[in-house]
Ligand binder design. Structure first.
Ligand SMILES: NC(=O)c1ccc[n+]([C@@H]2O[C@H](COP(=O)([O-])OP(=O)(O)OC[C@H]3O[C@@H](n4cnc5c(N)ncnc54)[C@H](O)[C@@H]3O)[C@@H](O)[C@H]2O)c1
Ligand SMILES: O=C(O)C(=O)C[C@@H](O)[C@H](O)[C@H](O)COP(=O)(O)O
Ligand SMILES: [Zn+2]
Length: 357
């Protein structure tokens, strides 16, 4: 079992990574609670919700099980979960437990941030991707016009990552989660990037996976501790997301998984960076790896102007000027403002490059 502490502006919380720790939840909670609401989804609940409930024999425990998938991060679901919390009689001393991937984590965290102006919640991530979403306190729902446009910074009281739950993930979700690990490696750690590029992610052992997750989480935790509210270095965690989020919104939420969209966004970032800084960084090796691991990476027939418009709803945009996180090299991210024409030109040349791959 490994523990990593993260200090936020309101409190310090632990990320605990290990096998079977979903059965020891009480030992990781900061206090006792008057009641508990577990929020999960239709794929995760049948697998793990009873394990979570078995930790609480004395408390009143309620549960809300949501449809699986990105469309659940909506205003309607957010409102309905608040209704469930009110009907269950939750009070300011209640706890919300987010049991699931990033969708459940982001939504449940935002409910916790807003219910009675904020109550405690913990994250129990069950996807590889959620090593990222469960840490750092970004909680949100989507708007049709853009990803995560309605949300808050609201750190959890604990993150309990039982890696045993990852054994039931599909090949697609393994792929999706590894995209954010590649992102963290590109931001901060050449050696980690090299290691990932040697990895066949569908054959990874439990030990290797846990070690990759631990490396990724440490990169994320260090950044969010330094810049919780994203006024500086936290923007680096958005590598690949300016295009990634635009693709998710433009194609319709859930068409690509978040990680699939980020993977394309990372390739685009490398394409722009290599052109702007006139050097090879890693686009060739990344494209090979994405192919070997069956990532979808063609932009299809997407309208470049429509993508540009969606890219403008990125939270890094100020005065309608798009800012992208680029790489001067692996481990050396920078934030650069690009003109609309530059974005259109890069989208066009990127599209042409992908067609020949
Ligand atoms: N807050 C942040 O900092 C942050 C960071 C990264 C991503 N995100 C958000 O996270 C979301 C994506 O998260 P995700 O990829 O975990 O998606 P997800 O929550 O939709 O989970 C993916 C799929 O796997 C299923 N699933 C989850 N755990 C499972 C398990 N153990 N076994 C079998 N099936 C399981 C889910 O039901 C779902 O169908 C996006 O909305 C993204 O914007 C947020
Ligand atoms: O934690 C962060 O900061 C990130 O940017 C992590 C991203 O992987 C994540 O997808 C996040 O939700 C994106 O944030 P947003 O502010 O662009 O919505
Ligand atoms: Zn992301």
């Amino acid at each position: 079992m490994e523990e990593i502490a993260v200090t936020s502006s309101s409190h310090t919380y632990k990320i605990v990574i290990g096998e079977n720790i979903r059965f020891q939840l009480k030992s990781f909670l900061p206090k006792t609670y008057s009641s508990i609401l577990i929020i999960s989804d239709e794929s995760v609940a049948p697998l793990y919700i009873n394990d979570i409930r078995s930790n609480f024999t004395e408390e009143q425990v309620f549960q809300t099980v949501l449809p699986s998938g990105e469309q659940t991060k909506s205003m309607d679901t957010f409102y309905n979960v608040h209704t469930d919390a009110i009907n269950a009689g939750l009070d300011r001393n209640s706890l919300i437990i987010a049991l699931g991937g990033g969708v459940v984590g982001d939504l449940a965290g935002f409910v916790a941030a807003t219910f009675m102006r904020g109550i405690d919640y913990i994250q129990i991530p069950t996807t590889i991707l959620a090593h990222d979403s469960s840490v750092g306190g970004k909680v949100a729902i989507n708007h049709k016009l853009g990803k995560n446009l309605i949300g808050s910074f609201y750190p959890p009281r604990a993150v309990i990552y039982d890696v045993e739950t990852l054994q039931t993930l599909s090949a697609r979700e393994i792929r999706s989660g590894y995209a954010e690990l590649v992102k963290e490696a590109l931001i901060a750690d050449q050696e980690f990037f090299n290691l990932l590029l040697k990895t066949d992610i569908q054959q990874v052992t439990a030990e290797e996976l846990q070690s990759h997750l631990s490396l990724g989480i440490k990169i994320k935790a260090n950044i969010v501790q330094e810049d919780e509210m994203e006024s500086g270095v936290r923007m680096y965690l958005n590598l690949g997301h300016t295009l990634g989020h635009a693709l998710e919104a433009e194609l319709g939420y859930g068409t690509l998984t978040h990680g699939e969209a980020v993977a394309i966004g990372l390739l685009f970032t490398l394409h722009v960076s290599e052109n702007m800084f006139s050097k090879q960084i890693a686009s060739h090796s990344l494209i090979q790896w994405l192919k070997e691991n069956n990532y979808p990476f063609k932009l299809q027939q997407l309208d470049e102007h429509a993508l540009l418009l969606k890219m403008k709803s990125d939270k890094k945009t100020v005065n309608s000027k798009i800012k992208m996180v680029l790489l001067e090299d692996i481990g050396s991210p920078v934030v650069k403002e690009l003109t609309d024409q530059q974005i259109l030109d890069f989208l066009h040349s990127f599209n042409r490059k992908l067609v020949t791959e």
